[in-house]
Write a protein that binds this ligand. Sequence first.
Ligand code: HEM
Length: 454
Amino acid sequence: MPQSTTLAEPKTERQRTLLGGDLKAFRRDPLAFLTELYRQGGKTAPIRLGPQKITVLFDPEMIKEVLVTKSESFIKGATFKEIARFVGDGLVISDGEKHKRHRRMLQPHFTRAHIQHYAEQMTDIASAHAELWKDGEERLLTEDLFGITFDIIARTVFTFESGEELMKIGRSYSSINRIATEKMRTLFKLPLFVPTKRNKEYLDAIKTLDEIVYTLISQRRTEKDTAHRDLLSVLMSAVDESDQSEFSDEQVRDELMTMFLAGHETTANTLSWTFHYLIQNPEAERKLREEWDRVLGERDATADDYPQLTYTQNVLWETLRLTPAGYLTGRTAAHDVIVGDHQFRKEEILFISSFPLHRSSDYFPDPLVFRPERFENEMLKTIPQFAYFPFGGGPRACIGNHYAMLEMVMVLCAIGRRFRFRLAPNHHEIVPEALLTLRPKGGIRVIANKQEVN
Ligand code: HEM
């Protein structure tokens, strides 16, 4: 039997208050709250966050109806307002015809075949970072992985390699991220037109990013540049087949910001969790190294190796099962609609969370054990489709799923082949913090031990 560590289940009591309803419990620990609701049984659970009534869906068939078969009856609506200022009306936020048109124009550029050519850059960036680390030194691994996925998205989106622009983007992005996160934690948010110090910093950061992005767009338009193979050039040349129209500058900007936001925090956090689980599960790590020795020998991974790196992929699928970066989403009913036996009224809000389903013994034996082998022999075909859905599903499924898997496999191989990690002494307990994505609270400090590679 593989040696493995069982995780602790997040626990909470459901405590409601007269004014806030479930708000306090939800904000204190959304994962424990959702797990407890799920444990109480039932296909749906009504909750109340302040004045807002919400229905949480736990039944895979009902989730499928909302995300796939009846997706036309639901919109993203108000649920994603907090990030709207930054990403504008990009793919994550937009609804209706606009979303359909943009998805139609972008989808062909995100197929497995189309993103293959990013693999080399992904490996090069990760290995260049790792080459700077010293044998035996203590590192804040979570920050290192953020740096790597940030550089990868910056390179593949804009072709920025280094320099002042990239640093400005980095600084602006971390301000935006920090303030958006603080806002999510705060119950009463002051609207952005109120000139608090924080709102000013937020708007200034967005302005800086806008200046850089619009300058780049106008340079590319005047140069009639064809040399770049980045996402910016994809967006600028995308054509809607139905009427031959293209994206406006503002639409290019919104989609770029969307990819930037959706495209690196998710993968950085998932990779952090992967290394965390590997440190705890030496047998899984041994099997992983055995696969790398067999498939890669003494070289780095390329896109061609991806299909052979099946255990590596399963390690990532298992990480996404236990800690799905996109753990919570929401929808608003566009009109009255019945899902399962539940009548949704127009404008009613629902939540869907993969977290409690991914950790349910109804679908996964020993659900809290990290066991990548469970994904072998097409296990996913034996459980309902929406018992495991780390990338969502239907017309609004993650457009970056192939990009994310390719990137995570390339980075895991590049880092893992060069270094072996153990936790730094006296480490705090590593638990998920549920914000925009699931990140390890307080970060992960490791001692990095160099491995021999050529
Ligand atoms: C481990 C990495 C990732 C995870 C777990 C993840 C997860 C998800 C999930 C669950 C959704 C659906 C949300 C919903 O139904 O409301 C989603 C949507 C989306 N993701 Fe990802 N994602 C990841 C990486 C990426 C990357 C790398 C990109 C871009 C390069 C990306 C771009 C997007 C976009 C644009 C959407 C919105 C799609 C739409 O509404 O049409 N994601 N993601």
